[in-house]
Design a protein. Structure first.
Length: 265
């Protein structure tokens, strides 16, 4: 080979070597980025599991009497509503309708459809006081989001911070009730419905940022634990008039008749 040919061969060999090194560097970058991506996903899963575990461990099996309850709630944890139309009010001397409910429970939704108008009429006329007991027996059916606890805590939060908005918020939760085995409404959606019901923006913000659950999640859990230990409780809706269970609440006249009987009529 001539000197020029050797120089050209050396140049070609160097170029081939450079291209090979570039390909190796590119391959290494791809591998590194892939490893980092997998690591980030794994880290995300670990963080999510820690957060989920933290949420699950945020409540304890303590008596309802020992936990923070809404200011509007009674000693038994129920949230009363009287003719004034706000949580924490009552119609003195009138029969009491106790309703134990889970905001994800489809049968509770049916109870609302059948009886909400009658309850509003009875309460508005001063003929009864309705007392709502939000509990959480269906967290297991909300795809890991604990919707029953979140929605119950949101209702308690509104009752505590914006009592006049509680009845409308309660109705909105059933009007927009999610299906079982879904994730349920997000905290942001719950906050939006609270604001639409008349709660101030800062109260609604307490739902969306998780403060409501942090404050009243234990209350919902303890109320659930207490009613589940009550003889005769079989599930939600659990409806009583002056302490007597109303079995046939799906008859629109049954609740009215039970109130009339309790009033001595």
């Amino acid at each position: 080979m001539t000197k020029a040919q050797r120089r050209e061969a050396a140049r070609a060999e160097a170029l081939a070597l450079r291209e090979k090194e570039q390909q190796r560097d590119k391959r290494n970058r791809v591998i590194t980025l892939s490893v980092l991506a997998v690591a980030l996903v794994a880290l995300g899963v670990v963080v999510w599991m820690i957060l989920q575990q933290g949420q699950k461990n945020s409540v304890d099996d303590v008596p309802l009497a020992d936990v923070t309850r809404p200011a509007a709630a009674q000693e038994d944890g129920g949230i009363p509503v009287g003719a004034d139309g706000a949580a924490g009010t009552s119609n003195e001397g009138a029969p009491v309708i106790d309703v134990y409910l889970d905001y994800m429970c489809p049968v509770c939704g049916q109870f609302e459809q059948v009886n909400a108008a009658s309850i509003d009429e009875l309460v508005g006329a001063g003929d009864a006081t309705v007392v709502y007991h939000p509990i959480s027996i269906l967290d297991r059916l909300s795809a890991g989001t604990d919707y029953s606890t979140r929605s119950g805590a949101a209702a308690a939060w509104v009752a505590d911070k914006a009592p006049e908005a509680f009845p409308a918020f309660h109705q909105a939760l059933f009007a927009n009730q999610p299906a079982e085995n879904s994730e349920g409404l997000t905290d942001e959606q719950l906050a939006s419905f609270a604001e639409e019901a008349g709660a101030p923006a800062d109260v609604a913000a307490g739902i969306s940022d998780g403060t409501a659950r942090e404050t009243f999640g234990q209350y919902v859990h303890s109320a659930t634990m207490e009613i589940q230990e009550t003889e005769g409780f079989t599930g939600t809706p659990y409806v009583l008039v002056d302490g007597e269970v109303v079995q046939n609440w799906n008859d629109p006249a049954a609740l009215q008749d039970a109130v009339t009987a309790a009033a001595g009529g």
